[in-house]
Design a protein around this ligand. Structure first.
Ligand code: PGA
Length: 254
């Protein structure tokens, strides 16, 4: 098994630069000697250059979104080329909050994935179902993935990461119900089936598949060892240094 990939999604937090620096430094110090887990932190854009630290830490940096064009008259956008320049190696694309609050369509997400790959940034594509155990919703994942991955080549799959994030299990949603390892496995198997259909033999084994939704230091072990996930995407629990360090330590003991 490859090293579990633990990705922190800070969303629109913390509100101050000093808070971001303190959080990052505390996590960095806490996990410095852990070698068998890969840690990525995705802060708001403007913290990226200050947290980069000249690449002197083993923690990698990711962004929470990017635009699809390299440059030009696109007010407010950040291009993947700019992210590459900042030493950013990952980018979250198609998070449910972007789909919901900013009306991101699968066509936009598809362009963003292709642009990220072009600039050597690994896209972390998020997909999930809205309602627990709804057959219709699970089918929606197939629909989304087919559009999100349109035109990708088999060789791109090695750099792609997919995160299964059931929307009902995200801690800040109204539902915020904890998903079980069985739920995570069910969603992942479904995603693998679609990948197999879209890209053929062994495609499902090339892509890293993560789980996201209310992951914390207590349930991390079950998602990695019981549900056999390649890693996790962590929101709320990544905003408290002690909790996030504990989560990483627990993942390193599997
Ligand atoms: P959560 O968020 O860990 O707070 O549920 C995960 C996410 O939205 O990426």
């Amino acid at each position: 098994m490859s090293k579990p990939l633990i990705i922190a999604n800070w969303k629109c937090n913390p509100i101050s630069f000093s808070g971001a620096k303190l959080l990052f430094d505390s996590v960095e110090k806490g996990v410095r000697n852990i070698k068998n887990v890969e840690v990525v932190i995705c802060p708001p854009f403007h913290y990226l250059p200050v947290l980069n630290n000249g690449g002197r830490t083993s923690i990698k940096l990711g962004a929470q979104d990017c635009f699809w064009e390299e440059k030009g008259a696109f007010t407010g956008e950040i291009s993947p080329k700019m992210l590459e320049d900042l030493g950013c190696q990952y980018v979250i694309i198609g998070h449910s909050e972007r789909r919901k609050y900013f009306d991101e369509t699968d066509e936009m997400i598809n362009k963003k994935i292709k642009a990220a790959l072009k600039f050597h940034i690994r896209p972390i594509l998020c997909v999930g179902d809205k309602n627990r155990k709804s057959k219709e919703d699970i089918k929606e994942i197939a629909f989304k993935l087919t559009k999100d991955l349109r035109g990708l080549k088999k060789k791109d799959l090695l750099r792609l990461i997919i995160c299964y994030e059931p929307i009902w299990a995200i801690s800040t949603t109204k539902e915020g119900i904890e998903a079980t390892p069985d739920d995570a496995m069910e969603g992942t198997l479904y995603i693998k089936k679609i990948l197999y259909k879209l890209f053929g033999k062994s495609a499902d084994r090339k892509i890293k598949i993560l789980y996201g939704g209310s992951v914390d230091s207590k349930n991390i072990k079950s998602f990695i060892s019981k549900a056999h996930m390649d890693g996790v995407l962590v929101g709320a629990a990544s905003l408290k240094a002690t909790e996030f360090v504990k989560l990483i330590k627990n993942a390193s003991k599997i």
